[in-house]
Design a protein around this ligand. Sequence first.
Ligand code: ADP
Length: 492
Amino acid sequence: MYIAMVSAECAPVAKAGGLGDFIHGLARELALRGHQVEVLLPKYDSLRYDLIEDLSPVHKDLRVPYFDEIVPCQVDHGLVDGVDCLFIDPRSSHAFFERGRIYGEGDDDARFALFCRAVLEFLSQSGRRPDILHCHDWQTGLIPVLLWEVFDGLVQGPGMSSTRTVYTLHNLGHQGWVAEAVLRQVGLSPQRLITPDRLQDSGNLRGVNLMKGGIVFSNFVTTVSPRYAWEVQNTDQGMGLQGLLRQYDGKFAGVLNGIDDAVWNPLSDRHLAHSYGPETLPHKALNKTALRRRLGLQDSAKPILCVISRLDRQKGVDLIRHGIDHALYHECQVVVLGSAPEPSVAEAFRQIRERLGPSRDAHLELAYNEELSHQIYGGADMILIPSVYEPCGLTQLIAMKYGVVPIVRRVGGLADTVFDANYSERPFKERNGYTFDDLTVTAQDHAMDRAIGLWYQYPEYFRQLRVNGMVADHSWGVPAGRYLDIYHHLLP
Ligand code: ADP
């Protein structure tokens, strides 16, 4: 099968969060199974060019409509960790992808709309006819719309009518709420499309909802865990799209994400001082020592509780701040690695860092640092994830693989993957962490106290919880099989 993935991110060259891991992991697994897979990305100036092999142009004179102008683009091919990637490079004074970062620009809507149109122009003009066009999140929501409205064969010669689209929702907190100009930019008709059954935003009747477009116009829609699929249809986690997702229930499913064994594996992780696995768990202690050295923490008989997260309100930043103090008070060391896009949140964490001073028990790194994240997973004992909502969450899966016991709020994918040591109805060998339901400090304190108490008083049980998490299979094998079932089901 020929599968084209279209996304704003792909790890490790363009990663802001779990979406990047997802694209890389699924694309690699599908390619290993013998399918032809290509990942289409914008050619950001911030790409990790050192990790792209054999970057060279494959299409030099792509002409992409932009309002009444044409933006000339070049498309380059390169290999990222064995995955074929195609990078769309607009040559224009707008410098669409020369901003030093992936997201967060005032014209993100225009940047990604141009990308969508360019992807389809490229596939069409280069004669590529993927069986499946798998698009992700609001940035690519226009692709199923454009495919149907412009590229299905009516306008563009032989057309692309045999291509089927799958659209994956990674986070309904970002739906691409934009103005109608974006439709005109890519050559679509606002009059035709801004209707309640198409792209009209339910909260702003003159506005456009790009994610809604992706849902309505694609052949199948997925989200990244079964529990989140239920939540977005039946609770306010749907953020206005509940009714639409119930309407399209027949083409909607939740598929739990995997993690890539080649990237996240303590037996082979090149960022770790010492490799270890379930059978050699004592070696994890050597990584704990190495982590303490790196961060200037003292050697002591205390557990390390970590947080590795975008410090976004979605992630429960108030509970994270409380959790830092609670853990320190209850004889833990604390390591936080987090990047905060919102200035007020960044400031709140800077204040905690100042208040704690040069502590030998706490380290707050307010940045994005891939290498350090591996070393923290390698050295930590517990991870705190008190998300307000969590479509899937990869940090708990990665943490468990590294023998780090998760303490999580029971929402979305966290509820599908973390089973409470005390209260779960599952057999003990499937229990792997601590969960709480209410978004309150009391509920979080209770879960943290149980985890910290077990570490101090029943180390053998704590070890068993670590092993339960480490041996569970969260590789891409099962989810890739589910996606292939969906793709096959759609083929003509
Ligand atoms: P989201 O996609 O919502 O940010 P996920 O849990 O799905 O959250 O994925 C987060 C991914 O990003 C994980 O691979 C995690 O290790 C990584 N990550 C998050 N914050 C940082 C950071 N500050 N530095 C390095 N890696 C980070």
